[in-house]
Design a protein around this ligand. Sequence first.
Ligand code: ATP
Length: 430
Amino acid sequence: MQIYMVGGAVRDRLMGNAVHDRDWVVVGTTPEAMTRLGYVAVGRDFPVFLHPETHEEYALARTERKSGRGYRGFVVLTSPDVTLEEDLSRRDLTVNAMAAPVDWDGSPHAVVDPYYGLRDLHDKVLRHVTEAFREDPVRILRIARFAARFADFTVAPETIGLMSEMVSDGEVDHLVPERVWQEIARGLMEHRPSRMFDVLRACGALRVLLPELDRLWGVPQRAEYHPEVDTGVHAMMVLDMAAQLDAPLNVRFACLCHDFGKGTTRADVLPRHHDHESRSVDLLEQVCERWRVPNDARDLAVVVAREHGNIHRSGDLNASAMLRLFERCDAIRKPERFEHALLACECDARGRLGFANRPYPQRARLRSALQSVLDVATAPIAAAAARRGLKGEAIGLAIADARRDALHEWLCHETDNAPRDGGEAGHASA
Ligand code: ATP
């Protein structure tokens, strides 16, 4: 029995990156022998074991044969005769198909590399290992995700060609929603998330998985607000700005969806996009349904899609209008979510050609204005209203009055450092 380190751990160590999870492959043994050695069986579909002490994963070398559509359609073969090369051949990318001995010192010379992963690592190329790549459409999502992580790598043209064929063959139609969301969510959290969508677009998978985004390319916007003009280009700039600002997943997802409605603007009114906000909401809700996106991600995306224009122009709002904005965003009950909405709006404002370093004062300003509302002590107001014989809705109105007064006060005392019109960025259009 021989044990090798495989996959991402070998790749990352060769790249000089931190290694998080180490995966191992075991050649020339049986499940029974593993159990006898104290390894704990965990695999449902194929023999994977946990080391009794390190709890790292040890998988028996295996081959896979396609038996049906989608990523579950596989027959797995394990036997002590399956070789290391055979196991490596079923892996997605050459840079993920290298193995190293147990006592590896990190040197490239000791690496078992039948598919030239070292060469591709050196040349910074993401390349499929064999034609068997086409058997699992999840690999398309994985490559796109790796492109977002390793931003200076390119995808080999023949791999793009193979992925395009898979898309034409309908393979992508059979991906299960949870798996799509899982991979997309991981890709969104990478360093340059736009590259994931570039790769999905290049092979045609984006049109199938996310037509709401795909159709934004080629749609113009007004150049005075959007010097990049193209809506798809803008969406990607917003997303990369979110990564640059280290935004959490929900914010990145909201950035992705915020302008979906611009893809359905009637051609005769372009490059204006009246009412794209409500169309964005409808479209993103369909996406969330389709991919089973978690509710908290969906809810933030809805707020951002609907309100981003109002937040950009919030410098023009009086106390009543500002309170209505907070109420529509449920900001008083959910200030943290509102904070995330403000961050997404900043990404939208700065994710434009030449705008990356512009200030976005709306964010600090609305945060401060909301704080003045949160500081209103509602219990005494409700008690006083009750003493005056008011009930239910009328008490709610008394609280709203107090909050409006607080906002009015806040607006009157706003310092010159926080310009009312939000400065240049205050004129950002949706
Ligand atoms: P990450 O750093 O994102 O964890 P990783 O390469 O370690 O990347 P894992 O999902 O942990 O990715 O998978 C471990 C290894 O298993 C991969 O490096 C690859 O060799 C192989 N692998 C995983 N999923 C697939 C797949 N769908 N098709 C082919 N090989 C795969």
